[in-house]
Design a protein around this ligand. Structure first.
Ligand SMILES: Cc1cc2nc3c(=O)[nH]c(=O)nc-3n(C[C@H](O)[C@H](O)[C@H](O)COP(=O)(O)OP(=O)(O)OC[C@H]3O[C@@H](n4cnc5c(N)ncnc54)[C@H](O)[C@@H]3O)c2cc1C
Length: 389
């Protein structure tokens, strides 16, 4: 348990054990069935909410546990036992992509209406930023919100929205003026608003039980009071929130890598070929030893970023480095973990194949590897003329 030394506080440990028990008992036994069905029951959000999984860092006034980022680290570590990475993704969107934005920028009325239900899991939330022509380039968004008689009237579309088809409301980024960066705002959008349509669930190569939706807004009218934060300050709010999103992604991916390693090591100890276990071949135990060392270095890079953020630091570079390194490493580790299973690793019968294909997402989702490198380069001042610091 040395790897978790920094997270060892009695409350964190209790939280880890509670989440683990829930995942082992109530999720993992159904993981294969839900994966095959390309979906899981929405009620699971309510159960996870009851355990405090969506409000670990939220003030108890709104139903949260008022803990810190180490509690989130313990939670993502324990979530590896779902054996259903699609669900980890959906829960992460709720816990760390939507709840924190409302917590940080919401008025008391907005918290009462949206935050409380999201923390309890009674209301599922989605974060809607990306569009067909706007992914890495967030400021290129074209979905508009115009004021009309005290209401916002929203027109446009959003693509790739996790939880989009099951969400009760969206944390929705919209364009409120032409100004590229200062013309973006965020609104809270109930999905029962007339004119809103989920046009399709996107068929993906992995995370197939997570719904990823294409959403359309045809002159949807919501009250003016649903503006979250200041008008025109949405771009800054989104960038600010990306830090938590990317840290949570790194923690989630670390957990899934650990899971792939656990499964692969167990298998290599059992499976025999040519009269000996696979692990008795030096090539495999060395490969696992190398990966273990790399996973631990990824963990401490992530924990360092977490620690900086936890202490109120900017942590922009630290988080970009963690997200880049962890998600890149996950590609190699999950590939080798599936490889040791031979043909079985390429079937739906074994969880390791699911981990391999689902982890592929994380070089793209929550900011691509190339964008992480751009952030690190910018923070390091690589394009600044030499001689100036
Ligand atoms: C399963 C899934 C779930 C998602 N969930 C959500 C969600 O809940 N909410 C949401 O808003 N979005 C979501 N997304 C969208 C995701 O954030 C975007 O896919 C991602 O930001 C990349 O955008 P893009 O797909 O438009 O690719 P693009 O931005 O078009 O990038 C294409 C390629 O070009 C590279 N590239 C772009 N700019 C540069 C540059 N300056 N230098 C070098 N290379 C560059 C990229 O790294 C990438 O490799 C999800 C995506 C997927 C696949």
């Amino acid at each position: 348990m040395a790897a978790h030394a920094m997270t060892h506080d009695a409350d964190h440990e209790l939280f880890r054990q509670t989440v683990k028990k829930f995942c082992v008992r109530e999720i993992a036994p159904h993981a294969g069935e839900w994966e095959a069905a390309h979906g899981y029951p929405k009620e699971l959000f309510g159960k996870a909410g009851e355990l405090g999984m969506f409000g670990a860092r939220v003030d108890p006034e709104w139903g949260g546990a008022g803990m810190d980022w180490w509690a989130s680290a313990a939670m993502y570590d324990a979530m590896r036992f779902t054996d259903l990475p699609s669900l980890n993704l959906g829960w992460m969107v709720q816990a760390d992509l939507t709840v924190p934005v409302i917590d940080k920028y919401g008025t008391r009325e907005q918290k009462e209406e949206f935050l409380r239900g999201a923390v309890s899991g009674e209301r599922v939330a989605a974060l809607a930023i990306s569009e067909p022509g706007c992914g890495s380039d967030v400021a290129a968004m074209t979905t508009t919100a115009r004021m009309d008689g005290g209401d916002w009237v929203i027109r446009g579309q959003k693509l790739w929205i996790t939880n989009g088809a099951i969400a009760d409301f969206l944390v929705l980024a919209v364009r409120t003026s032409e100004d590229r960066h200062h013309g973006i705002s965020v609104v809270l959008f109930p999905t029962d608003t007339p004119g809103f349509k989920v046009s399709r669930k996107i068929a993906k190569v992995g995370n197939v039980a997570s719904d990823t939706a294409h959403l359309f807004f045809d002159d949807c009218r919501i009250p003016g009071r649903n503006l979250l934060g200041e008008r025109g300050r949405g771009f800054q709010a989104i960038m600010d929130n990306f830090r938590g999103e990317r840290l949570a992604t790194s923690l989630l991916v670390l957990g899934l890598m650990d899971r792939a390693m656990e499964l692969a090591v167990e298998y290599a100890k059992e499976r025999k070929a040519f009269g000996r276990t696979l692990m008795e071949n030096q090539v495999w135990r060395h490969r696992f030893a190398e990966h273990r060392a790399a996973v631990e270095s990824a963990r401490w890079l992530t924990y360092h970023a977490l620690d900086v953020l936890n202490h109120g630091g900017r942590a922009v570079k630290e988080i970009a480095m963690a997200k880049l390194y962890v998600c890149d490493l996950a590609q190699k580790v999950s590939y080798d973990c599936a490889q040791v299973f031979g043909g079985f690793g390429y079937t739906e019968e074994y969880v390791v194949g699911r981990l391999w294909r689902d982890l592929r997402l994380y070089s793209v989702g929550a900011g691509t590897a190339e964008i992480m490198k751009e952030i690190i380069a910018k923070e390091e001042g690589y394009l600044r003329p030499s001689g100036r610091s």
